[in-house]
Design a protein around this ligand. Structure first.
Ligand SMILES: [Zn+2]
Length: 197
């Protein structure tokens, strides 16, 4: 016994989304089914619109409706420091920390998730961006996982060739964290990255 085809169809599409399992997909599909018709239309329109209107900035890669993006058009930033991140959502997070330099967003290729696809990473775009700037330091703010390591090594060669200093985010204990419950890798990195009081 199968569910009605349009319902199965919606469940299949939702189940393809990250961190959505079959059960959650079914629950969401049934929720959408019960939405008022106008709300369901708005949801469908929002999905289409985001694909049509949002593109990576041609200069820095930040997802934007207008090109160049608001960050590239902001003249009140430190032009000597560049922060490289994997996704636009990381820019929002780092902005909250008070950083006011420039950014370069990699828009990490999904193929990298399977451990390859490095050739899809646009090294040329970074090289062009660096050549057009006056950067003295590049901060690698990539995720501390295997993909982040692979990308950092690949990009470091491009940056070093320009004679620009490369730094990376410190690894350490989260504020409010408990040493007892910290995993050993984080703790080892926190010890390695210790600073004088
Ligand atoms: Zn931009």
């Amino acid at each position: 016994m199968r569910l009605a085809r349009p319902l199965e169809n919606l469940i299949d599409h939702l189940a393809k989304l990250p961190s959505i399992g079959p059960k959650t997909a079914q629950r969401l599909a049934l929720y959408i089914l019960r939405l008022p018709a106008e709300e369901a239309r708005q949801l469908a329109r929002a999905i289409v619109e985001v694909q049509q209107k949002i593109k990576p900035c041609s200069q820095c890669g930040f997802l934007t409706e207008f090109d160049p993006c608001v960050i590239c058009q902001d003249h009140d930033r430190d032009n000597q420091i560049l922060c490289i991140v994997e996704e636009s959502s990381n820019v929002i997070a780092i902005e909250k920390s008070g950083f006011r330099g420039r950014y370069f967003v990699l828009n990490k290729p999904s193929s990298l998730l399977e451990g390859s696809g490095l050739e899809e990473l646009d090294g040329q775009a970074l090289e062009t961006y660096l050549s057009g700037g006056e950067f003295k330091e590049v901060i690698m703010a990539l995720n501390p996982d295997i993909d982040g390591e692979i990308m950092a090594r690949y990009l470091a060669a491009i940056i070093q060739a320009k004679g620009i200093k490369i730094t990376r985010l410190a690894h350490g204990l989260p504020v409010g964290g408990d040493i007892e419950f910290t995993d050993e890798i984080t703790l080892r990195r926190a010890i390695e990255g210790r600073r004088e009081l």
